[in-house]
Write a protein that binds this ligand. Structure first.
Ligand code: SAH
Length: 246
């Protein structure tokens, strides 16, 4: 195997949601750099890889991005095959794009492998269809968290009429609610808040836009969680799906 970096999505948590390609990469890896939110159970596919934890929860607090870049470069220069394992999909709020660019600029071969992103898994596991004929013609994935404090155009999102899937939103529920209400979204818009999607400890809290913050507090919603905001999260849609699959 030539030295290269595989930027691999490990999926939302359930190890069975790993792709076959991810499994092959893990089998071939000499080194695996494992990120936050990756279920360590997926490491059972490694044959003889050295595993390095580079996430906040791995005891390193936040490993600086620059350090991770250089670590990957160093291993490839030693001729090693590196798997950088990320939660969900590497390119959905996962820095996969920036890592791939950084490595390619330095002549490193990079291969990206999709993972199932948390938003898709969370919605599906709660019987929320993100698109549904006659109800939602699209999905928008957004993050409520930015490093530079830049603002999303919540008004455009409120008016857009697509299902919204919000990542990293738990600490910003109050702000999200206000922005969407100010943008003209209906106060009774259904919201599903899904914690630990696809894991045995998955929990879901159903609410409506106007009181999602209070409901989340009463539920003690914790990160990692995604929010699905849209008519598709309404109980009538869940009943429709249940009837359709019966
Ligand atoms: N690349 C990842 C997202 C990383 S950003 C992906 O594609 O899923 C981290 C955010 O993802 C968390 O704050 C949370 O909003 C969401 N997330 C990741 N895993 C999750 C899970 N199992 N359940 C619910 N949300 C999750």
């Amino acid at each position: 195997m030539n030295a290269k970096v595989w930027l691999v999505g490990a999926g939302p948590g359930d190890p069975e949601l790993l792709t076959l390609k991810a499994v092959r990469a893990l089998r071939e890896a000499d080194v695996v750099l494992i990120d936050d939110l990756v279920n360590p159970a997926v490491l059972e596919h490694c044959v003889e890889a050295r595993v390095v934890t580079v996430g906040k929860r791995g005891g390193c607090r936040s490993t600086p991005q620059d350090f991770i870049h250089r670590l990957m470069l160093r291993y490839t220069r030693q001729g090693k095959c590196v798997v950088r394992l990320k939660g969900g999909d590497p390119c959905i709020f996962g820095r996969g794009g920036e890592e791939a660019m950084w490595l390619r600029e330095r002549g490193v071969e990079v291969e990206l492998v999709n993972g199932i992103t948390a938003g898709l898994a969370g919605a599906t596991n709660c019987a929320v269809p993100l698109t549904l004929r006659g109800v939602s013609r699209g999905v928008t994935l957004v993050t409520a968290h930015t490093q530079d404090d830049s603002r999303l155009n919540w008004r455009a999102l409120a008016e857009g009429g697509t299902t919204l899937v919000v990542y990293m939103g738990v600490a910003k529920l109050e702000e999200i609610r206000q922005q969407l209400l100010d943008g003209g979204m209906a106060a009774d818009m259904p919201v599903a808040m899904i914690e630990n999607a696809s894991l045995p400890q998955q929990r879901e809290c159903r609410s409506e836009l106007a009181h999602m913050h209070e409901d989340a507090q009463a539920f003690a919603l914790k990160s990692p969680a995604i929010l699905v905001i849209g008519r598709v999260a309404g109980s009538e849609q869940a009943a429709y799906l249940a009837a359709a699959s019966a």
